[in-house]
Design a binder for this molecule. Sequence first.
Ligand code: GLN
Length: 310
Amino acid sequence: MEICRDTEALNIMIKEAYQQAKFGKVADYIPALSWANPETLSLAIYEGKSMIATAGDTSETFTLQSISKVLTLAMALMDIGEDGVFSRVGMEPTGDPFNSIIKLETHTPSKPLNPMINAGALAVTDMIKGNTVEEKLGRLLAFIHELTGNSAITYNNEVATSEFETADLNRSLAYFLKQHRVVSSDIECLLELYTKQCAVEVSCEDLAKIAFVIGNEGRSVETDRTIIPLHISRIMKTFMTTCGMYNASGEFAIKVGIPSKSGVSGGIMAAVPHGPGIGIFGPALDEKGNSIAGMKLLESLAHRYDLSIF
Ligand code: GLN
């Protein structure tokens, strides 16, 4: 692919994106995330056998946060099927911030509008099969190990605990959902699993590899195995496109047009259908919670290499 021979252009794109970071702010509502260095920016682009482009310190790790929502969705779909999942969570974008409670009250029946907002993700996490939090988390980690080929990946306990102790808004969403029979687990166990899934620690190279599998029909080129059934990888990409960048998904679809999912740690995972997987880490966020430099970088990449799906 062209990108690998285009080092000079890539350096310019990185510099321009980097300039944007000063307009952003690291997330601090989860105390442990506030320790991130806002001036970090790293990028990895993977094309099935190798990284075709990297920039910054690609070994630096960060937590998945909302990026985990795409992966738990895939697991729930594999565990209980489409009918089971979509009887408890919808398919529509909300236009509201990711942690909003408002549409849960104004919509009847009270089911979260999609799996990419916190309410929907909590409902999806509740669907994952397993007898204990450890067993469910172990299954999620095994799935991530297979997607990345990196069996060292685990969760960051400090970040998980920091979020668990301060997750009062997510707790209220979960209790609301339990009252309306959308979730059935013990809420503290659900919150433990959810905060641990959000705290799974990866590098942008790991993200690029996961994105590659999602972009390429769920198949790993490295192992020649189908890790995610085709129809599920399609559902994942569709939600990434319609809801993956929270309430900035519409603008992002116009400016970038690559199915992507971001997290408040500053990660963005972008899956070009039948193309490369892209992982970015830039913890300075805009007011909607997306990596400000990461979005700028994706916009430049999409433009220069014609990566939009539209
Ligand atoms: N763990 C975070 C939360 O629930 C994830 C949010 C995000 O990345 N947007 O608030």
